[in-house]
Design a protein around this ligand. Structure first.
Ligand code: ZN
Ligand code: CU
Length: 489
């Protein structure tokens, strides 16, 4: 079975300018790329005036369980995403949860307690393959998930024996194809973990090439110290570092992106360092009392005890109840929130930085999700490339494809090259745009016309087909990792 996309402008994922060609897909691979023929070949897809890019890699997601429970992956396929990186922020499904009836925060972002039923990474990976999601899955192993498995309580540092048990879990997962280790040290259930605890677990990364991804211990006043901690942990384990959803959160941090990026740049001179970012000025997670401050407008997206408050501003709820916002937030627990906490100049500077990949951080189980779940990639290509001119099209595409593939060590995708996996997205560069908004967040994008995952057409003629070609991707065998020198980006 062969598909030809003819006369299309290829942006190959390297950051190089587009060029016009005919691309042939055979089976699950890109078979050939030939000079564009004068006439449209028989049966070919007419790509004239359109862009063809490597399928987008969503470098930061929480799709661990929806890849199994909702394998159509509509928020992703409709954006042109063909691979999701799961297991971020210290939470992952590939580790058995603790014995408690409730999930430790923020594991609820991934799904309900009964959906965490995998005793090992290998069991989780098999379940993904059995479900056959529409996108490929790359998985990290979450620190908080392992703490929930091995510690009786999460408000303390792990003992030596517990650290070794978590390291052994991580080593086993890496041997089963995990791409790295993640932490979410800002969350209460990991905040009591010392640097030494994290470093002891991260030791399993040594000589594997697998990466360390971290939701920093602080994204506010102490962010530089948190970056230094992350850099040191990665360096000690000789592992590439990815700082997750880099941002300047909260009014006192506005304008600090320059010094923060300078800190990362300095580290990147001596070791592999990168970060991901979503293209919005609001963040989202569970409702965190520490982030309830007067300068940050907060929208409640869900609340278990007060479901009818979803979609309302926390300040309005507090006024109605005649209590302080922090008290209202306490009564709403457990709950989710969108925090309007960033300055757009910081988002611009971080997005445009050479080390930055695009990661949606979309929350797939939120009934009123932050629009980043459905809109991140088209928003970069529409708003940030076409409308604002912050990035060129080839550079923006690189941040979604080749850069992420290089960082992860994905050797067979991320570029449009003969022989690589046929993960491709066809879109109209004049039309592509996000339609998801804070008020109406579950809207598919405009301008995405075709999506292939391992050669299977998940979206054709602008419509989802229902065909699912995704796979669990397993990290290729241990490679000799060189600490010297930065990753070329
Ligand atoms: Zn996070
Ligand atoms: Cu996250």
């Amino acid at each position: 079975m062969q598909t030809i996309i003819a006369g299309v402008t290829i942006y190959d994922g390297s950051g190089a300018a587009g060029y016009c060609a005919d691309v042939t897909i055979m089976g699950d691979r890109i078979a050939s790329i030939n000079p564009a023929s004068a006439a449209l070949p028989d049966g070919a897809i007419d790509g004239r005036g359109l862009a063809l890019a490597p399928g987008f890699i969503d470098a930061h997601t929480h799709d661990d369980l929806v890849a199994i429970t909702a394998p159509a992956m509509l928020p992703k396929i409709t954006q042109g995403v063909t691979t999701v990186v799961v297991g971020n922020c210290g939470i992952s499904a590939g580790a058995r949860r603790g014995t408690g009836a409730t999930l430790p925060d923020p594991m609820i972002l991934l799904g309900d307690a009964q959906d965490f039923r995998y005793d090992s990474f290998a069991a989780y990976a098999e379940a993904v393959d059995a479900a056959g999601p529409a996108t490929n899955v790359v998985a990290l192993v979450g620190h908080t998930a392992m703490r929930a498995r091995h510690l009786d309580r999460l408000d303390r540092d792990a003992t030596e024996a517990e650290r070794l048990a978590m390291r052994a879990d991580l080593a086993e997962a890496l041997a089963s194809g995990a791409f790295g280790f993640s932490t979410g040290l800002a969350y209460a259930n990991a905040a009591s973990a010392s640097t030494q605890e994290v470093a002891a677990i991260a030791e399993a990364l040594r000589n594997t090439g697998a990466l360390y991804a971290t939701h920093l211990r602080s994204e506010s006043a102490a962010i530089l110290e948190a970056i230094d901690e992350a850099v040191a942990i990665a360096r000690d384990a000789a592992a590439p570092l990815v700082v997750s959803h880099l941002k300047c959160a909260g009014a006192p941090q506005h304008g600090r992106s320059g010094e923060i990026l300078a800190r990362l740049d300095a580290a990147a001179q001596v070791q592999p360092v990168g970060c991901d970012c979503y293209p919005y000025t609001a963040s989202s997670s569970t409702l965190d009392l520490k982030q309830v401050v007067p300068e940050t407008p907060i929208m409640v997206t869900w609340s278990d005890p007060e479901p009818e408050q979803a979609g309302r501003m926390l300040g309005d709820i507090a006024d109605d109840w005649g209590v302080a916002p922090v008290e209202a937030a306490r009564r709403l627990q457990p709950a989710g929130a969108v925090y309007h906490c960033m300055d757009e100049r910081d988002v611009d500077r971080i997005l445009a930085h050479r080390l930055t990949m695009i990661g949606s951080d979309g929350l797939p189980c939120d009934p009123r999700p932050h629009p980043r779940l459905w809109g991140s990639f088209p928003r970069v290509l529409g708003y940030y490339v076409r409308t604002r001119g912050l990035l060129t099209l080839p550079v923006a595409i690189r941040k979604m494809t080749g850069l992420a593939a290089d960082r992860l060590g994905l050797v067979d995708r991320g570029y449009v090259r003969p022989g690589l996996a046929a993960d491709l997205v066809l879109f109209d560069p004049e039309r592509i745009a996000d339609r998801a908004s804070y008020d109406d967040p579950q809207q598919p994008a405009d301008g995405v016309l075709g999506v292939w995952v391992n050669g299977v057409a998940a979206l054709a003629g602008g419509a989802v087909t229902g065909a699912r070609g995704g796979r669990m991707l397993r990290r290729p065998g241990t490679k000799n990792f060189q600490l010297e020198g930065p990753i070329v980006s």
